[in-house]
Design a protein around this ligand. Structure first.
Ligand code: NAD
Length: 241
């Protein structure tokens, strides 16, 4: 059997990888996220206009994520197996705010758009774990004030997290795989080009359908992530890509 030819693997995931776990993607229904205009629930302006609606929205998303129906699917599990069995360095950069990669067994995960199960104080930027609900009357543990807490989520117009680290990872990558992302959200939509800038990085996209950035990839695999990713991981590990 051939050996895996890669040393630095970067996997980018988007809402599509969690769709089969029962979490709706963004663009399923004409840009609505769980029946809300995304700018209403995922922008600083939306939060200023109607904080209670935004608190309620993320409280509901948190409750859904923690319900027993939502569990990691074979795509999350296959990526965890890749991390375990691959001899080189592998990082998952996820745009997802759910914790399904971690629950599937992955350890090296960067949540560039934040995490649903975390909140932060807007005054001190201190981050706290949160499994329940918050609202504008919730009192922050660090400053003892009402109304300073917000979801630890990167909204439209805000700067994604870990960008310096991500740029370095993409510079080093010799295999870049993008799974279940529409390629419509900047800067993640540019990662495939960044990965190809400095070396001969092999690039693969896995999605239900072609995206507007499919042409940037060496290969596009079409189908459900849960069906495609386990076989892709087998091929990577066997050096058969
Ligand atoms: P998106 O909703 O814009 O696009 C989802 C993509 O996944 C589409 O291209 C679709 O064709 C594909 N897809 C759907 N089902 C699939 C499946 N079973 N297998 C493979 N592909 C499938 O998502 P995005 O590109 O990640 O950008 C949206 C933003 O929405 C992200 O920044 C994220 O923070 C946020 N979001 C997160 C979650 C989550 O954490 N699970 C859910 C919804 C939205």
């Amino acid at each position: 059997m051939a050996e895996c030819q890669f040393k630095n693997i970067v996997i980018l995931t988007g809402a599509g990888i969690s769709a089969e776990s029962g979490i709706a993607t963004f663009r399923d229904k004409n840009g609505l996220w769980e029946n809300h205009d995304v700018m209403e629930v995922a922008s600083p302006d939306g939060f200023r206009r109607d904080p209670e609606l935004v608190y309620r929205f993320y409280n509901e998303r948190r409750k859904q994520l923690l319900s027993k129906e939502v569990t990691p699917n074979p795509a999350h599990e296959a990526l965890a197996r890749l991390e375990k069995e691959f001899q080189g360095k592998m990082t998952i950069i996820t745009q997802n705010v759910d914790d399904l990669h971690e629950r599937g067994g992955s350890q090296n995960v960067l949540h560039m758009h934040g995490e649903l199960l975390k909140i932060r104080c807007q005054r001190t930027r201190k981050v706290f774990e949160e499994k329940g609900t918050i609202n504008s009357q919730s009192i922050c543990e660090c400053c003892n004030l009402e109304g300073t807490l917000r979801p630890h989520i990167v909204w439209f117009g805000e700067v994604p997290m870990f960008m310096d680290k991500i740029e370095n990872l993409l510079r080093e990558a010799d295999l870049f795989v993008s799974i279940g992302t529409s390629g419509q959200v900047y800067p993640a939509s540019m990662f495939v080009q960044m990965a190809k800038l400095e070396n001969d990085c092999v690039t693969i996209e896995a999605n239900l359908e072609k995206t507007q950035i499919s042409w940037n990839f060496d290969k596009s695999l079409l189908g459900k992530a849960g069906d495609i990713v386990p076989g892709l991981v087998d091929k990577i590990l066997a050096g058969e890509l």
